[in-house]
Write a protein that binds this ligand. Structure first.
Ligand code: MSP
Length: 527
């Protein structure tokens, strides 16, 4: 499809789809929050953004868990999907759609993809003899044995298996992918993940990918359209979610590539994805198998695979079985949703691994939220209320330059997905404004009628800086940003970066009621 027909393309961003039977923890929540922040940042820049997240529902573990509870897999997934969706609502994700791989719209696209690749000769059927881990739903080879001859306990029981399956030919696909990754330096981010994939591709020969499981062993999956004895292997099923939802929305590029689909063409152009946000453990699936699948279907590759690191808690792996978890809901109930969103994006850049500590969380809450943004907004607006009855004074531009520099920097950081960096920039403006209060001492000016004009100037500078800070923080702390706007008496939402222009607060307007944004917690609970 030429550039012309892609002119109306929306910015399309996705997250990994979580295993429905997993325990939602800080790792899953982090990924969804950073994707939401990127989404809102792009919207703030004026782009139309389609944000997709969802659930990966098929596979043996789900089938077994449902059976153990006396439910059908569909009933079991329907119940769990409700609690995932509720969590994402609590996190204030602004996703446009939510995919579940057990939905018919997804199944149709997986089957159309399989039919196309079967008819174009990408698959073959062969007998497999070897080791199989039910827990990981994966085949193992001699190479997977530990030095003592056993398999890693993460694989659970490893059995000997002889089985016929379908395979996807990958052998001739290595070189073009290496060339593509070299020619497109932004395709895999950050750089060190790109190098990791290149190293893997250069030093290994890709094994053909097994894309089925016999239906006799696993019924909870998408049936192969050309052989009812098989269902689709979970990864082949799951990755397709990134195109199945755009196809169901009528993306013309996808309907052209998969002509057997019967969805209404609706002119909503999404593919290729602009960003797939994923964790480092699933990089190979996204940076090796997925591009090869797409090329075989005849589709362009996503523009970027943005790979984040892993969270630990207190320096240890997050694990339900050892009880080492961070429950996002418990944190949100105690500290508020914006405190959670702030901590995860401020603490960890997109790339390296991070470590959650309750003490670190509490100290950022006190220093940066309660004493930083909270204190600035509260004292600025309270003084305006007290000294000027809440009426915005004449314009003044003493903080205009500091603010313009921060806005320009944040805009660049939004475009580069530097979320942590953008928060640092915003907080340097907050610190500057808090120092400005201390330096200009409006509470002293208020005592001297001869300083009335100076007090007006200071109060305008502070109120306008608070307004700009609301606009800048909106992608990260949407609830807080909206509260700041309401306290300023503005009836709109601070959702456009263009509104971070100095001087939009109108003299004569009357602000609303100041109220604490992040109440101080002087004796923080330790958990
Ligand atoms: N279902 C697959 C993904 C299919 S995408 C087509 C899967 N699911 S998962 O539930 O195990 O993981 C979902 C996402 O959460 C992945 O991107 C994974 O990297 C991320 N995280 C899981 N644990 C994590 C941490 N401890 N820290 C950060 N992210 C982590 O994989």
């Amino acid at each position: 499809m030429d550039k012309q027909s892609q002119a109306g393309k929306q910015f399309y961003i996705t997250t990994a789809i979580d295993y429905v039977n997993g325990q939602p923890h800080v790792g899953h929540s982090y990924e969804k929050v950073i994707t939401d922040v990127i989404t809102r940042a792009r919207r703030s820049l004026g782009e139309s953004v389609f944000f997709l997240t969802g659930l990966d529902e098929h596979g043996q573990k789900v089938q077994q868990a449902a059976q153990a509870e006396g439910k059908t897999p569909q009933e079991y997934c329907d119940e769990l999907a409700q609690s995932w969706k509720a969590l994402w609502r609590t996190l204030q994700l602004s996703n446009v759609d939510f995919v579940r791989t057990s939905e018919s719209r997804h199944r149709q696209v997986v089957q159309a993809t399989l039919s196309k690749l079967q008819s174009t000769g990408y698959f073959y059927k062969a007998e497999y003899r070897g080791f199989y881990s039910t827990r990981q739903e994966t085949f193992l080879t001699e190479k997977d044995r530990l030095p003592d001859g056993t398999f890693d306990p993460i694989y659970g029981e490893v059995t000997n298996l002889i089985e016929e399956n379908y395979y996807f030919k990958l052998k001739d696909q290595q070189q073009w992918l290496i060339d593509y990754i070299i020619a497109n330096p932004d395709f895999i981010a950050p750089d060190y993940r790109r190098n990791e994939v290149l190293g893997f591709l250069r030093n290994n020969t890709l094994e053909d990918l097994c894309i089925t499981r016999p239906a006799a062993r696993l019924s909870w999956g998408i049936p192969l359209p050309f052989d009812a004895d098989y269902v689709t292997y979970v990864w082949f099923d799951a990755l397709v979610n990134y195109i199945s939802i755009p196809a169901a929305h009528g993306d013309p590029l996808l309907l052209e590539a998969l002509p057997e689909l019967k969805f209404e063409p609706r002119g909503l152009s999404l593919w290729p994805a602009d960003i797939h946000v994923i964790g480092k453990d699933i990089l190979k699936f996204h940076a090796v198998y997925w591009p090869i699948m797409l090329k075989a279907i005849g589709l362009p590759l996503p523009k970027q695979i943005l790979t984040h690191g892993f969270w630990q808690k207190d320096g240890e792996k997050i694990s339900k079985s050892t009880g080492n978890i961070v429950d996002p809901i418990a944190v949100i109930n105690e500290w508020g949703i914006d405190a959670f969103r702030f901590y995860v994006t401020r603490e960890l850049a997109i790339g390296p691994d991070g470590n959650w500590t309750d003490a670190g969380f509490q100290s950022r809450y006190q220093a940066e939220l309660a004493n930083g943004i909270g204190n600035l907004v509260n004292r600025s607006l309270s003084m305006l209320k007290r000294y000027r009855n809440g009426q915005v004074p004449e314009k003044h531009s003493e903080l205009a330059q500091d603010s313009a520099i921060a806005v320009a920097q944040v805009e660049r950081q939004f475009r580069a997905n530097e979320l942590q960096g953008a928060l640092q920039t915003i907080w340097s403006l907050i610190t500057r404004a808090n120092q400005y209060v201390d330096q200009t001492a409006p509470f002293k000016l208020a005592k001297d009628p001869a300083q009335a004009q100076r007090l007006d100037e200071v109060l305008y500078n502070l109120a306008e800086t608070c307004r700009i800070i609301a606009v800048l923080t909106w992608p990260f702390l949407p609830g807080t940003a909206v509260k700041i706007y309401a306290q300023l008496g503005l009836g709109t939402i601070p959702e456009r970066l263009a509104d971070a222009r100095w001087g939009m607060l109108k003299p004569g307007d009357v602000i609303g009621e100041p109220a604490a944004l992040f109440p101080r917690k002087d004796q923080p609970k330790t958990s």
